[in-house]
Design a protein around this ligand. Structure first.
Ligand code: G3P
Length: 310
C-alpha cells in the first residue's frame, strides 16, 4: 500500500517527503483554507508539486459539470500531471467520464459506500477516495466498508485505485492496509503517530545506555594496553630519531671524507705541477749557465789569438 500525505502544509509535506515515505499528496479546499484562508491556491499547489513531484490531487470547487471541467482545464494549465479531484455527485460523474475519455486522471472523493465506489469506477475514475473517519463519525464501521469495496474490486478486477482517506488514527491505517486499499492518504499527525512506538523509543534508549556502559568497560580495559602502546611508540620514535641522527652522522662523515680526498688530490696535483715547474726552471737556469760559460770560453780564445798575432 502506498502512502500519500493528506495536507497543504508545506513544512509537513517537506518533512514527510524528506523521510522518503510518501508517493504523493492529496489536497482539498478545506486543507488549503486551514493553512491560510487567503492562500494563493495556484502558487501553493505548484510549491507542493515542485516539492513532491509524484501524485498530486487538486480538487475543483464547482458543483456543475461545466464549471468542474473549466476548473480542471485551468489546473492542467498549472501543471499537466495534475489529478483532478471531483466530488461523488451526479454532475461530478459526467465530468469524470469526460476527463476519462481525454485520458485525464481523476480522484472521486467523498465516497462512503461500496455502491458509490462501484459507480465512480464505472464513470472511469482513476482513484476512489473512501472516507473512513467520517464514516466512523456517524457510527458506520469504516473498516467494513473498505473491506467490502476491496473484496468487490478483487472479484471484478476493477482498475480504479482505492484510496483510504479521512484517516484519524493509526488504527485506520492498519485497517486500510489489511482490507486491501491500494493507497492511504494520511494526515501528518497520523503519519507521525504511526511511525512511533513507545517500545521503539525505550529500546533505542536502552541500546544507547548499554553501549555507553560497554564503551566505559572497553576504555577501562584499553587504558593499560594503551599506556604500553604509548610507551612502545615513544621508544620506537626515540629509536627512529637515534637512527636518523646516526644516518645524518654517517652521511656527513662521508661528505667530510670526500672533501678531504678532493683536497688531497688537489695538493698532490699542485705539488706535481710545482715540481715540473721547478724542474723546467732548473733546466733553463742550467742552459743559461752553460751558454754563458761557452761564451766566456770563446771570448778568451779570441783574446789569446789576437795577442799571438800581435
Ligand atoms: O482526504 C480527505 C480528508 O482530508 C478529510 O479528512 O478528517 O476532514 O474527514 P477529515
Amino acid at each position: 500500500m502506498e502512502l500519500y500525505l493528506d495536507s497543504a502544509n508545506l513544512e509537513h509535506i517537506r518533512h514527510a517527503n524528506s523521510l522518503g515515505i510518501i508517493n504523493g499528496v492529496t489536497t482539498n479546499p478545506s486543507l488549503l483554507a486551514k493553512e491560510d484562508p487567503k492562500v494563493d491556491v495556484k502558487k501553493r499547489i505548484l510549491e507542493i508539486f515542485k516539492m513532491v513531484g509524484g501524485h498530486l490531487s487538486v480538487e475543483v470547487i464547482s458543483t456543475d459539470t461545466k464549471g468542474m471541467l473549466k476548473e480542471a482545464e485551468e489546473i492542467l494549465k498549472w501543471f499537466p500531471d495534475a489529478t483532478i479531484k471531483i466530488p461523488m455527485i451526479p454532475s461530478g460523474l459526467s465530468a469524470v467520464k469526460f476527463l476519462y475519455k481525454n485520458s485525464i486522471p481523476t480522484n472521486v472523493t467523498l465516497v462512503f459506500s461500496a455502491n458509490q465506489a462501484i459507480i465512480a469506477q464505472n464513470a472511469g475514475a482513476s482513484y476512489v477516495s473512501v472516507f473512513m473517519g467520517r464514516l466512523d463519525d456517524i457510527s458506520t464501521d469504516s473498516n467494513n466498508v473498505i473491506q467490502d469495496i476491496s473484496e468487490i474490486w478483487d472479484r471484478h478486477n476493477y482498475e480504479s485505485l482505492i484510496i483510504a482517506a479521512s484517516l484519524r488514527n493509526p488504527l485506520h491505517l492498519t485497517q486500510a492496509a489489511m482490507a486491501g486499499a491500494h493507497i492511504a492518504t494520511v494526515p501528518y499527525n497520523v503519519l507521525m503517530q504511526s511511525m512511533y512506538h513507545p517500545l521503539t523509543d525505550a529500546g533505542v534508549k536502552k541500546f544507547l545506555e548499554d553501549n555507553a556502559k560497554l564503551q566505559e568497560e572497553i576504555n577501562k580495559l584499553k587504558a593499560p594496553i594503551f599506556n604500553t602502546i604509548t610507551k612502545d611508540n615513544t621508544k620506537n620514535q626515540e629509536t627512529k630519531a637515534e637512527n636518523k641522527e646516526q644516518k645524518i652522522d654517517i652521511s656527513s662523515q662521508k661528505v667530510n671524507e670526500q672533501i678531504v680526498e678532493e683536497k688531497a688530490k688537489e695538493i698532490v696535483e699542485n705539488t706535481e705541477t710545482q715540481k715540473i715547474k721547478d724542474e723546467n726552471e732548473n733546466k733553463k737556469n742550467n742552459q743559461t749557465k752553460n751558454t754563458q760559460k761557452t761564451n766566456k770560453k770563446s771570448s778568451s780564445t779570441t783574446k789569446q789569438n789576437k795577442t799571438t798575432s800581435k
